[in-house]
Design a protein around this ligand. Structure first.
Ligand SMILES: *Cc1c(COP(=O)(O)O)cnc(C)c1O
Ligand SMILES: [Zn+2]
Length: 428
């Protein structure tokens, strides 16, 4: 896994990762395509050499490329630019949102981290770049995933750029906008008559077959590397705020992984002295839809045991009924004094429109969910309106046009003449 090549802009050329560690029992394993613990079947995550992380400086990061690879020294793969499988995602805008803050009754600065501005228009480009770079370093010959939509787009696009074959698995009821934006890259696209959870289960079986021995499923056999890509959404926000961690963050949850990794990124930055924690620490909030809310419901019921659900509703990119990182998301939210909530389809549509009208950012249903939950958290007093807050928009509205297509349209329809304009009241 390690590389001795020194790359321009990167003074660290070897991976700071020391191995994989079980999130449940802390058993350690070498870096490899392994995602479950042999001792307890718990999920594995990347463990780092603390001394290697501690050597990273702000100046080094700031001198790096204008994308996620500026944080290569904090990631498990891709230290050598020549090995990267990437569309160079990241450094997406952190948009100041005073009008949204005012509408919600938030008095402190409010920011939207707009990750729809990535190459395939969702935050998934971050996780895919890291996972497929690790996959290439580990010698895999074909790229794959089980997807709720955005992951499929991103894996297909990355495979096309790298010239590596891909085979992507999706539920057959996915939005047209996500099917087309995956299929266009020319890889194999398998629509499965079932839910995402069925797709994921099938992929877990396929990965064990001889025919798929050479295939990296970004969120199955190389999942520990995939998950680390999400940390860059934490690093970037801190860097964009001048190396400060915001007091509150609101994050959409599907598997719950993104939420845990933003929290992990903040912890790492503080531990290695790169960023300052806010007074009293940061607080993490999670957002789900009412049609798929198993993590939030577990928190509300004061348990860590997630009861899987059969997802419904328009927030399809978040529709994971049996969320793998759910218990860890609950742990992060509890530890930081946060909360989780969920929004129904009507509230999600209203969230999309409110965000668009107040910031100029057109989010997909996941972003609408997060904004709707932000509103609920303010209204219920769970989120402090006097503390700086960052809300994450993780995907692009053009991919889920149907969500709001029946609610918005031309405000006037007129004949092409001044008379037409006058009759419509446009000339007073
Ligand atoms: C996948 C996805 C998420 C959440 O991902 P998890 O890490 O599985 O919780 C959020 N928003 C969008 C748009 C996504 O595609
Ligand atoms: Zn274990």
């Amino acid at each position: 896994m390690t590389s001795a090549v020194t790359a321009p802009g990167n003074t660290t050329s070897t991976s700071p990762a020391r191995g994989l560690i079980c999130r449940a029992c802390s058993a350690e394993y070498p870096l490899a395509a392994q995602h479950a613990c042999y001792e307890c079947f718990g999920p594995l995550e990347v463990a780092y050499d603390e001394a290697a992380l501690a050597r990273v400086t702000r100046a080094e990061i700031e001198a790096g490329p204008q994308n996620i690879w500026r944080y290569a020294a904090l990631l498990p793969a891709g230290q050598d630019p020549a090995t990267r499988v990437t569309l160079d995602p990241g450094l997406t805008p952190l948009v100041s949102a005073p009008a949204l803050a005012e509408r919600l009754g938030i008095t402190a600065p409010l920011w939207v981290k707009d990750d729809s501005q990535n190459p395939t228009h969702s935050f998934k480009d971050r996780v895919v770049s890291v996972a497929l770079t690790a996959a290439k370093e580990l010698g895999f010959k074909r790229f794959s995933c089980a997807s709720t939509g955005n992951l499929a787009n991103s894996v297909a696009a990355h495979a096309a750029r790298a010239g590596v074959p891909s085979i992507v698995f999706i539920p057959s009821d996915l939005e047209q906008g996500k099917v087309v934006t995956t299929a266009v890259y020319g890889g194999e696209l398998v629509a499965i008559e079932g839910s995402y959870d069925d797709v994921n289960r099938l992929c877990s079986e396929l990965v064990e077959t001889d025919e798929f021995e050479d295939t990296a499923f970004v969120n199955v056999n190389v999942r520990p590397f995939y998950a680390e890509g999400s940390k860059t959404l934490g690093y970037e926000v801190a860097e964009q705020l001048g190396w400060r961690i915001p007091a509150q963050v609101v994050i959409p949850m599907a598997s719950g992984e993104l939420l845990t990794k933003v929290d992990k990124a903040f912890s790492e930055l503080v531990e290695i002295g790169l960023a300052e924690a806010p007074e009293g620490g940061w607080t993490v909030f999670g957002a789900q839809s009412q049609g798929c809310n198993p993590i939030a419901v577990a928190l509300h019921n004061d348990t860590d045991v997630i009861t899987p659900v059969k997802p419904t509703g328009i927030a399809k990119s978040l529709n994971i009924g049996d969320p793998a990182a759910g218990p860890y998301a609950i742990e992060a939210v509890r530890r930081t004094g946060g909360w989780m909530d969920y929004a129904n389809d009507e509230e999600i549509r209203a969230g999309i429109r409110l965000l668009a009208e107040t910031t100029g950012v057109f989010a997909e249903t996941a972003g609408g969910t997060t904004v709707a939950v932000l509103k609920k958290l303010v209204d219920s007093g769970r989120l402090d309106p006097a503390k700086e807050t960052v809300v994450y928009n993780t995907g692009e509205g053009l991919k889920t046009l149907d969500a709001v297509a029946s609610e918005v349209g031309p405000t006037h329809r007129i004949k092409p003449s001044l008379r037409g304009a006058r009759e419509a009241g446009l000339l007073g």
